[in-house]
Design a protein around this ligand. Structure first.
Ligand SMILES: C[S@@+](CC[C@H](N)C(=O)[O-])C[C@H]1O[C@@H](n2cnc3c(N)ncnc32)[C@H](O)[C@@H]1O
Ligand code: SF4
Ligand code: SF4
Length: 428
């Protein structure tokens, strides 16, 4: 088939010390509207730019790449069939599914604006989601994060529906990867069986050992939750489930976080370490924590702890270059209790939803209407060597077009790449 290039797209390449050549297409309508592509896709772009007709063999070999370029409106087929509705295309979709606004804890830094509302989960949300998934061309995997509030407080409100969704998707060749984000203060044997049966990945929030955790993650009466969480982690381990840990660093736990990291390394556990958003942590505090944490990780390499496979650093894209710090606006979104679709869970009932599952618009179009939220990067970010690792940080918390943690992120990224190099045996 013959194609022409969208005249508003240009091809560019940036050399990066760690990732090598990063190829990307920029839409000239906005300097931040960037799509990272692989070297083979860049080759297709160049061939068409030099007016070469793609051979049938070449087209067949690159069918996926060409389809993506067409879906992203970078390539325009010259023989578009009349009346054919172009479907939107993605291989995977990642959703935060708010299953409750209730929570038994009262963490002062919690950034869910709808927390403790009196609304409950609309069960038909799951059925509406299924209808949307069916209509997405090329969809192979749905990653669903069950979250809240505390999702395990309302297990019976979603377990049958989620099970149903998994079966229905399986019948049409789509796999459903489930993750639960939980404070793990409530855990029944029935839940453990469900997790095992459906291979649910468990992310448990732990912010320190003992008092450090309790400072943050306390019940409404002020009592700490650490003992209950550790008992439940052990119960999961005893059943062969290894949860990953989510650490949120804030001003009142930052000194205790390294001790937790030491413990997780010892236990060979996976974790993500993030800066609390919303002014709960100063850059100096985060820097102090991360200097110690990265020194621990550097040492852990010598003991065989595979940092690159075990640790995620905030929203930094240290594993693969990316034009944005998260996939929201591209193939990810947050679904509220009533089926409204938000760019991010930190906007529930506060910001404007992008759309609604029952609104007639397809889910990918709703999600992609939020892409602009990533735009507006500062000139510093445009020129930064970490443009495709930090990408300006979370767009909802930038100050003057860049992350308030800018200088700390730069230091962390450089430390992390040194650690990766050591792990790869590139340095000793
Ligand atoms: C909002 S909670 C919901 C799930 C569950 N209740 C829990 O605590 O894991 C999800 C994650 O968001 C993190 N979080 C809450 N407030 C935050 C903030 N201001 N900045 C960064 N992360 C935050 C929590 O620590 C937790 O790991
Ligand atoms: S347990 Fe989770 S949802 Fe509940 S207050 Fe803490 S961070 Fe927020
Ligand atoms: S916020 Fe700072 S580290 Fe991140 S891309 Fe912008 S300039 Fe670079």
């Amino acid at each position: 088939m013959k194609y022409t290039l969208n005249a508003l797209c240009s091809l560019d390449c940036k050399q990066h010390d760690h990732f090598g050549d990063i190829h990307f297409i920029r839409k000239t309508s906005h300097r931040d509207d960037i799509i990272i592509i692989d070297a083979s896709t860049a080759e297709i772009f160049k061939q068409i730019r030099s007016n070469n007709v793609l051979t049938a063999d070449f087209e067949a070999k690159n069918a996926d790449r060409i389809a993506r370029l067409v879906a992203d409106n970078i390539l325009v087929p010259l023989q578009r069939s009349v009346g054919k509705v172009e479907k939107q295309l993605t291989k995977q979709i990642n959703l935060w599914l708010q299953v409750t606004d209730s929570c038994n804890l009262a963490c002062d830094y919690c950034y869910i604006p709808s927390l403790y509302s009196d609304k409950s989960f609309h069960r038909d949300t799951i059925f509406q989601l299924f209808q949307h998934f069916k209509d997405i061309e090329g969809l192979e995997t749905v990653h669903l994060k069950l979250a809240g509030g505390e999702p395990l407080m309302v297990f019976s409100a979603w377990k049958d529906e989620v099970q149903w969704l998994r079966t229905q998707l399986e019948c049409i060749g789509i796999s459903l990867e489930l993750r639960i984000i939980t404070n793990l203060t409530r855990l029944t044997n029935e839940m453990i069986c469900f997790f095992k049966h459906h291979s649910v990945i468990i992310s448990v929030s732990v912010d320190g050992l003992g008092d450090t955790h309790d400072q943050h993650r306390k019940y409404k009466n002020g009592a700490g939750s650490f003992a209950a969480v550790m008992t439940n982690i052990e119960r999961l381990h005893a059943r062969g489930i290894s949860p990953s840990v989510m650490i949120t660093v804030a001003g009142d736990n930052y000194l205790g976080v390294p001790a937790l990291v030491e413990y997780l390394i010892e236990q060979d556990m996976t974790f993500r370490i993030s800066d609390a958003k919303g002014g709960y942590l100063t850059p100096a505090q985060f820097e102090q924590t991360m200097d110690t944490v990265n020194a621990l990780l550097d040492k852990a390499i010598d003991q065989g702890y595979p940092v690159s496979r075990r640790v995620v650093f905030s929203d930094l894209r240290t594993h693969e270059a990316a034009s944005t710090p998260c996939s929201m606006g591209s193939h990810a979104a947050a679904i509220y209790l009533d089926g409204s679709v938000y760019f991010c869970h930190t906007e529930f009932q506060k910001g404007q939803p992008l759309g609604h599952l029952s609104g007639g618009q397809n889910l990918l179009s709703i999600i992609r209407s939020g892409k602009q939220k990533h735009f507006g990067l500062s000139d510093d970010c445009q020129q930064c060597q970490y443009r495709f690792v930090c990408a300006g940080g979370c767009p909802l918390y930038r100050v003057n077009g860049k992350s308030p943690m800018c200088n700390v992120y730069k230091k962390i990224i450089s430390q992390v790449f040194d650690i990766y190099n050591k792990e790869d045996g590139k340095i000793t």
